[in-house]
Design a protein around this ligand. Structure first.
Ligand SMILES: [Zn+2]
Ligand SMILES: [Zn+2]
Length: 295
């Protein structure tokens, strides 16, 4: 399950388990974090992946006792299992961690060869992770008990898989919408056209209306990223870029100049003044701004 607060499960990292450790009692294993990169394609449907997790596991040779087969850990003869030694000098008595057992309260006369008496060995474990559809970068998947093994009968820690969605060559994700850019010619923008647009799992057709401006965003509903944990998907947004033609032939120049004449945008015409154009620009900017706010 996904958790919002990762720190609640890391208590033992900050030393809260210290007092039980001193008496050689059960100690919970460390929780681990694994950064998993996943493709946009894989989060559209969700996917189960196998990851390699290096972690400390209970030594199978000694079953975590740290003692060689046939032997057992013994109570420390120096501190009699207290983990601390006290020295009295006059009126003062001073306690310190037992140097013989390092405060564990017990010693292992014959340490296990495989774990050198630690009771734990480092393994690389293959773990299956089910990544639900719709997750995003930063989503945490908590896998209980898949962290490092505990000692002295303590429970294992948890594994937190942190999702990182890899950048895609065609789509940029905006929440649950996917944004793709499409470049059209300026006659297509003026007259309107139909485009075939790639989706994450194929293609779809979109109608570009006549008079489409540079930067216009056309929406294809429900072709975006599915919502995590509830029904439905975001949209696919096609952001239009209009290409200005370069290296015009003589014929093309003549046609464009004829267009300008017909359109009435030639020199000396009513709407060609610098201040009029500036006025138009400010007006359009203002419009764009309002549209953004409505989204
Ligand atoms: Zn061992
Ligand atoms: Zn001791």
């Amino acid at each position: 399950d996904i958790v919002g607060d990762i720190f609640g499960d890391f208590g033992d990292l900050f030393g809260f388990g210290g007092s039980s450790r001193r008496q050689g009692g059960p100690k919970r294993g460390r929780s681990l974090q694994y950064d998993l990169e996943i493709s946009l394609e894989d989060i559209m449907l969700g996917k189960t992946l196998t990851i390699d997790v290096p972690r400390l596991e209970t030594c199978q040779t000694c079953h975590g006792t740290g003692a060689e087969a046939g032997s057992k850990p013994e109570t420390c003869p120096e501190c009699f299992g207290r983990g601390q030694v006290t020295r009295t000098q006059g009126f003062f008595s001073m306690s310190r961690t037992c140097p013989r057992c390092q405060g564990e309260g017990r010693v292992i006369p014959k340490p296990c060869n495989d774990c050198r008496g630690q009771g734990l060995v480092r393994n690389v474990r293959q773990i299956k992770v089910r990544v639900p559809k719709g997750v995003d970068t930063g989503t945490k998947i908590q896998m209980r008990g898949e962290g490092e093994a505990g000692v002295n009968g303590g429970p294992p820690g948890d594994l937190f898989v942190i999702i990182h969605v890899a950048p895609h060559e065609l789509f940029v994700r905006e929440n649950n919408d996917l944004v793709a850019k499409a470049t059209i010619s300026f006659p297509q923008a003026a007259l309107g056209t139909t485009l075939e647009i790639p989706t994450i799992d194929g293609t779809t057709k979109i109608t570009v209306p006549s008079g489409t401006q540079f930067g216009a965003r056309l929406r294809i509903p429900n072709k975006g990223v599915p919502y995590y944990n509830h029904y439905g998907s975001g949209d696919l947004i096609v952001q239009i870029q209009v290409e200005t033609p370069m290296n015009l032939t003589e014929q093309e120049k003549e046609l464009l100049e004829a267009f300008v004449q017909v359109r009435g945008e030639g020199e000396g015409e009513e709407h060609s003044g610098f201040f009029d154009k500036l006025g138009d620009k400010i007006f359009h900017r203002h419009d764009d701004h309002d549209e953004d706010k409505d989204e």
